[in-house]
Structures are given as C-alpha cells and as structure tokens.
Ligand binder design. Structure first.
Ligand code: NAG
Length: 337
C-alpha cells in the first residue's frame, strides 16, 4: 500500500512537472518543446525510426517475462484523459523480468493519428508508421523510491512499445479501454475500469523485439527509458481506431472543444546510439527478388552440371567402346598371321 501511495504521488509530480503548456502542433508544438524543456533537444531522444538493416543482433537479449499481466487485480483501474492522451494506471503487482533490474508497471497510454490518416504510431520500422502505438510504462522500484525519481535517472524506466495496426476483427482486449472513452471525453475526466488480462494488449510473439536507450516521448523528454519495441504488431478494427481518433477532447468541459488526435512525436535522430535486436531479420539478408534469382541460379547451375556429367559419361563410354573394338580387331589380325 505504501509503495502504491508513493506511485500515485509520483504520477502527480510527473504531471505537475509539466508546468508549461505543450501541444503537438502550433505555437507550443513539438518543434518548440526544447525552449521550455531543454532535454527535448538532447541527443538520445525517442521515438526513432528503426532501420532493420542497421540493427545489431544481440543473442544475449532475454525474452521479457510479463509477471502478473494475466491475473486481473481485485481493484478497478483508473482511466484518465489528461489532455494529451488516455492513460490507464497500473498496479505494481504487474512487473517485468528479463531486464537488468526489476521494473514494476505504473501506467499505460496510447498515441494515434487523426481520422483518415495512415500514421499515428511514434516508432517507425523502416520508415513505416502504423495507425497507433501503446506504451506500457514501468520503473525500477529497487533503485528509486518513486516513478518521478526514476523518470529522471538513466534506465530508471522501462517502456514497452507496441505498434498497432488495423485488422479485420474487433480486438476484445483493447475494447476494455476503448469502450470507456465516452465517459472521459474531456480533459481531466476520470473513470474506473474493471481489471482485465493485460497480456492480450501485446502481440503474440514477444521474442522478436528491438532494444535501445531513449527518452520520454513527451515533455520533459527525460532520457531515462530503456525501450523495448516489439516487431510484431497488435491489431484493432477500423471502428475501434476511429473511436480512439474521434471520442476524446484535449480541452476541459465547458471550453470550446478540440479533438484529441495526432498526439504523436515524429522520429528523432539516432545519433551515436545502437539499436539491438533479439532476432535475425531474414528479410535483411536477402530480399524476395534476391531469393528468387538465387533459386533460379541454383536450378540452372544444377541442370548445367547434370548435362556436363551426362556428356562426359557419354564421351567416356564411346571412347571405351572404341578401344574394345580396336583390341578385338588387333587380336583378330594377330590370329590371322
Ligand atoms: C544503455 O546505456 C547504458 C549506459 O551507457 C549501457 O550500459 C547500455 O548497454 C545501453 N543499452 C542499450 C540497449 O543500448
């Protein structure tokens, strides 16, 4: 209970830290964050575009174990429109194993585009953005007393990034969040959501991921995040995406309403950093075209070899038959004389 109080305090301090008004576009937009929040202009920022040709395979990267994710907790969770995103608070009974230290869950939130646009995710893979992105924020509770303290310390946070694309069917797990959006349409509104199986928010394949050192993707942009971005995507339906794009306002009730959309930061420079991968990308070794020409090449090569063997064998046989004939002929001549 004590740590949970600290955690809530931490979230409050984090929120209070954002003293200056910021938005994604316009006068206080992302190009101007640096003026009020210097770290946003630093050299290890997030998100990034991940070039799969340039990642470094690290066989020592362990598959993450999501502890407590599948057991719904007894108390309902708080869902909050903070004017920048929709955020679900998570209890510290959820934590990650497989990182250098133990990271407990604090909150999750989403980033998305506007209706009709294809983009919306923050991370990109080979310059391709998806419709939305889920961030599950964890912090190192052994080294730091609170989320806000961890958020200002190197590798104090571990965030899971899940790229979300549009699929054919409704995703029932995401619906546990999306079905409550209409209760918190305005900034600062909150509601309670029954706990559910959080594992379902992530893709099935957890063993293919990218790992790098980066930052919070919103002011104050602290460079304290050990990022894990999964290669496989989660899917929600088009109707679910549109609900996300069209339900929330970034403004308080009573004021002129402004839709909360396009809340993603553009990719930042990688600079001196390395992005590690837990797997070898087959596609990066050979493209489909290269594979095809390689296959055809091998086939033609084999045929040529067979033909050569056949021709050589024929020649040898002919020669042998010729030799035998001459032997017979000679011996015949010898008996004659
Ligand atoms: C992140 O930075 C720390 C400290 O410089 C370093 O030890 C670690 O290897 C880096 N991790 C990754 C994934 O780059």
């Amino acid at each position: 209970m004590f740590s949970f109080t600290l955690l809530l305090q931490g979230i409050w301090i984090l929120a209070a830290d954002a003293g200056h008004h910021w938005t994604y576009e316009g006068q206080h937009g992302q190009d101007h964050w640096e003026a009020s929040y210097p770290e946003c202009g630093s050299n290890a920022q997030s998100p990034i575009n991940i070039w799969t040709d340039s990642v470094v395979f690290d066989p020592d990267l362990a598959v993450l174990k999501l502890v407590g994710y599948e057991q719904p907790v007894a108390t309902p969770l708080e869902l909050h429109n903070n004017g920048h995103t929709v955020q679900l608070s998570l209890p510290p009974t959820l934590y990650l194993e497989g990182l250098p230290r133990k990271y407990v869950a604090a909150q999750l939130h989403l980033h998305w585009g506007q209706k009709g646009s294809t983009g919306g995710s923050e991370h990109q893979i080979n310059s391709e953005a998806t419709a939305a992105e889920l961030h599950i924020v964890h912090y190192d509770c052994d080294s730091y007393n609170s989320l806000s303290e961890a958020a200002q310390s190197p590798q104090g946070l571990a965030v899971l990034g899940i790229l979300i694309e549009v699929g054919d069917t409704e995703n029932p797990v995401y619906e546990h969040i999306l079905s409550h959006l209409h209760e918190i349409r305005h900034k600062d509104q909150k509601t309670l959501v029954p706990s559910f199986n959080m594992r379902g928010l992530l893709p099935l394949q957890l063993w293919q991921f990218f790992r790098y050192n980066g930052s919070l993707t919103t002011p104050p942009c602290y460079q304290s995040v050990l990022w894990t971005v999964f290669s496989q995507r989660a899917q929600i339906s088009r109707a679910q995406l549109e609900k996300l794009q069209e339900t929330l306002f970034s403004t308080e009730e009573g004021l002129s309403s402004e839709l909360l959309a396009q809340n993603y930061r553009v990719p930042q420079q990688l600079n001196q950093r390395t992005v590690f991968a837990s797997f070898i990308q087959e596609e990066s070794l050979y493209t489909t075209g290269e594979m095809l020409s390689l296959g055809v090449g091998i086939l033609v090569g084999c045929l040529c070899l067979l033909l050569a063997i056949y021709l050589i064998a024929r020649k040898i046989r002919k020669k042998r038959m010729g030799n035998r004939k001459s032997v017979v002929f000679t011996s015949a001549r010898t008996t004659e004389t």
